[in-house]
Design a protein around this ligand. Structure first.
Ligand SMILES: O=C(O)CCC(=O)C(=O)O
Length: 275
């Protein structure tokens, strides 16, 4: 694959997202799941709370996903050839839990400017309407930032439970993916997801986000890694590439990054959520 086709790119520009895009094999997706489940078993709690973030700093396997050629080719079609990785997050919905993601815009609280950045959602498991795939309000990226109510619901997988009200569900598009496929979405698109009614986990490994080297962080500090091209702006501090799974240095690097991330997530908020 050499980047998005003209049709896929037009879809992204007009609707604010594109999917499905083939990126990993189903075996590669299963390897990510195995790595997640190994960490959950051997280091209980290590992927929970704030530590569901910057997970590409604690596992060489997760790091490798962020450098996958098919993913980077698709990203390059959108943000150009100078690409930095500035974060990763796991969005896991277990069966029989009530996890959901309220409708929101990623650009609202993240402080990345200008909006030359894109989020890649890697399906570690299949994602479909039954297990609570993402839903996109097509075209909403062309409008302004909307009002978000901060609800802090306990089952909301977003930091502040930030919620755009009255989004018509029947006007949103489901992002249906097979394990290994990806979707890419724009910083301004209104999106969210419902409950998992299936008997298996729904797992998204989210590269949140790939930024152009020209993108600065205007609220706080983020740690980046070079994915492709040049960084002539040098706005950000670079994090270490992990050498081993959950090594001491790797954990220190993740903790340092998450401490700063938390300040960005909750900037101006009276309350701190669980992520
Ligand atoms: O995984 C989900 O359901 C939502 C993820 C999300 O909001 C995002 O990747 O920006």
């Amino acid at each position: 694959m050499k980047g998005l086709t003209t049709r896929q790119l037009d879809h992204y520009k007009n609707k604010g997202y594109v999917s499905p895009v083939n990126a990993l094999t189903s075996n590669e997706a299963n390897e990510i799941r195995d790595e997640i489940e190994k960490i959950e078993k051997d280091w209980p709690g290590a992927l929970e709370g704030i530590n569901r973030n910057y997970i590409h700093l604690i596992s060489p396997k997760f790091n490798k996903i962020c450098l996958n050629k098919n993913i980077l080719d698709a990203v390059e079609s959108i943000i150009g050839k100078n690409i930095l990785i500035c974060g990763t997050t796991l969005f896991i919905k277990n069966p029989n839990e009530k996890g959901f993601v309220s409708f929101h815009q990623d650009a609202k609280y993240i402080g990345l400017e200008p909006d030359n950045w894109v989020t890649v959602w890697v399906a570690v498991t299949d994602a479909n309407e039954k297990n609570g795939c993402m839903r996109m309000l097509s075209g909403s990226h062309k409008e302004n930032l909307r009002f978000h109510e901060q609800k802090f619901d306990k089952n909301n997988l977003l930091t502040r439970g930030q919620t755009i009200k009255n989004v018509p569900l029947d006007k949103t598009d489901p992002v249906i993916l097979k394990a290994g496929q990806i979707s890419l979405h724009h910083p301004m698109i209104v999106h969210g997801s419902g409950l998992n009614y299936s008997n298996d986990r729904r797992i998204g490994f989210v590269i949140q986000s790939y930024i152009g080297a020209n993108v600065n962080q205007v609220i706080g500090k983020m740690f980046v890694q070079k994915a492709r091209g040049k960084d002539e702006y040098k706005y950000h501090e670079y994090s270490k590439v992990p050498a081993e799974l959950m090594g001491e240095k790797e954990i220190i690097s993740q903790n340092k990054a998450n401490k700063e991330l938390s300040k960005i997530f909750y900037s101006g908020s009276k309350k701190i959520g669980k992520f």
